[in-house]
Ligand binder design. Structure first.
Ligand code: COA
Length: 198
């Protein structure tokens, strides 16, 4: 074998590693308003595809009115983006404000600031692109949210989980507070209020 052949094979091995989801590192940053178009596409895909094992079509349609992004999170600097190989893999955030869940379009939002000594921080709007599921994107975002909330002296984190989100939150230590049903989009959608000590 000639030396050039060896180098070519090494280069191929490195290329293969770079494209391997198990070895390419996940990168994260805070979202900005410039990310909104890409985030909207990702959320639409995640809501439509990843809820199929848990909800029927009428429930998924109804869930659209209670899911999506609250742009307050971007403006507050509490909304994360995870990328892999420069591609948007997932997003999610936390909040020091009272609203527990919902998008810009949801009724009854409350921007009041929480008291870290007695109120739980909120975990909000977690979405992974269907092509990037089960690679630890959701887990990474939760860790980022929890450590940021801890740094602001929050003792607990709370969230309203979709049925698609429950396995992730359970795996990350969240416990059920209450089973909930939200019919604001027409068909009732099952949800679960969950909490974790940080
Ligand atoms: C919920 C969601 C964000 C999870 O994202 P993800 O990046 O695939 O999650 P992770 O890869 O970090 O999963 C971490 C762990 O959670 C659990 N988990 C996550 N998704 C799961 C699933 N579909 N089934 C079973 N367990 C699951 C597993 O224990 C997993 O660890 P493992 O892969 O080593 O077994 C994603 O499914 C999603 O976008 N769903 C649709 C939108 C939605 O409902 N968001 C939640 C709003 S509250």
């Amino acid at each position: 074998m000639r030396m050039n052949d060896v180098k070519t094979n090494d280069a191929r091995t490195n290329d293969a590693k770079a494209n391997d989801p198990r070895t390419t590192p996940l990168q994260h940053r805070l979202a900005t308003r410039d990310d909104l178009p890409a985030l909207t596409v990702l959320m639409e895909l995640a809501i439509g595809e990843l809820q199929k094992p848990y909800l029927n079509p009428a429930q998924i349609a109804s869930s659209r009115s209670i899911m999506g992004l609250d742009t307050q999170l971007i403006d507050d600097g509490t909304y994360f983006i995870v990328e892999q190989d420069g591609q948007l893999a997932g997003c999610g955030g936390w909040s020091r404000r009272a609203t527990l869940y919902g998008s810009d379009a949801s009724p009854g939002r409350d921007a009041a600031l929480l008291d870290p000594a007695k109120d739980p921080a909120r975990v909000r709007a977690m979405y992974t692109h269907p092509a990037f599921t089960r690679r630890g994107v959701g887990r990474l975002i939760l860790e980022l949210c929890e450590s940021a909330a801890r740094a602001e002296n929050f003792i607990h984190a709370e969230l309203m989980a979709t049925m698609a989100g429950v396995p992730l939150y359970r795996a990350c230590g969240y416990l059920t507070v209450a089973d909930v049903s939200d019919a604001s989009g027409g068909t009732p959608v099952p949800l679960m209020r969950m909490r974790k000590r940080l």
